[in-house]
Ligand binder design. Sequence first.
Ligand code: PMP
Length: 402
Amino acid sequence: MSKFSAVPLAQPIEVFELTRSYNEDNFINKVNLGVGAYRDEHCEPWVLPVVRQAEQALANDDSLNKEYLPCLGIDAFSKAATLQLLGNDCQALRENRAFGIQSLSGTGCLRVGAEFLHSQLGCSVFYFSNPTWGNHKLIFKNAGFTDAREYRYWSQSSRRLDFKGLLEDLNNAPENSVIILHAVAHNPTGCDPTEEQWMEIANVMEARKLFCFFDCAYQGFASGDLDKDAWAVRYFVSRGFEMVVAQSFAKNFGLYNERIGNLTVVVKDPAFIPHIKSQFTLVIRGMYSNPPSHGARIIAYILNNPDLYEQWKLAVKTMADRIILMRKELRGALERFQAPGSWDHITTQIGMFSYTGLNEAQSEYMVKKHHIYMLKSGRISMAGLTLKNIEYVASAIVDSLT
Ligand code: PMP
């Protein structure tokens, strides 16, 4: 009898299953709107030219070696990443109350941050938006959180933020709960609070003594402007909140498989920082010991060189603009084809995703009948659309609704 015989088969991860089925599909006009990864106008993955340039420079730098990095990563990277997020006129940075830790993309930052909050601050309740990115719950549970709760976010009937429900749920949250907030370009709904709404969220979080954990995976993808997309995080910092922010560079640097992210930590008093860093060191030491160097070196090289930094900003804008154009084109095609209902949410939503409003049966029909791969929730990645496939997708949506 094998020790392994009782291991239950886990549910497959929906988005990876979708990509696998897409890759196996021989249908000529198949479209992958599942995975949240940028594609160019020919539907190809895009390595940013500025990243290639940095990689070439690093490859020619004989002073670089393959020694272990420190547990908290490369300082030149985490400093530049933290500054990029918090901005040049950040008071917390001037007062040395903010610092960064290199970790394994957004996921690693979330996991390391959550384990620290659980083990050092005694947090055990966390709140995630309903709906949210499929991995939040698993990450926080694995980090030791025992009480997973939802806050209302999306109203299916109005296809808008359920702001009243959101505030009510936060108001009822117990003190010291960790609230996961999508910093920008909410996944999956593509719908963010307005600046005024963020201010009200901050009021409630302050009054109820809730801890904010920002998840910043799409900075730049909402507006094309990195500073504008950092507004919510910077606002909370300016209000004096202590917080952590998981910053992913998968999307905005196109470094998906390099697993590079920065966990920004903001505290009230710099005197606490050596203690905090020492505990993060233990969390990381016991999890993966130390991070890989390649992505961090690329980003440090770019962010610390003003010309390359500008090139990066332009590349981010290129990606955001293409997605915004695809929104306009998709809505236009749906309206031309007289798809039933209103489609203005396609252009009012922001970031990489659109929450189409298609239900589970309709979404599955899109996959099975039309070979258009999308999540059961009706979420589509706008980056999978091109001027070539958009009419095919729009006509399939019409067919799935009628
Ligand atoms: N948060 C959200 C909301 C995401 O959508 C993603 C990526 N899908 C991540 C975090 C983390 O991704 P990664 O670990 O690849 O940086």
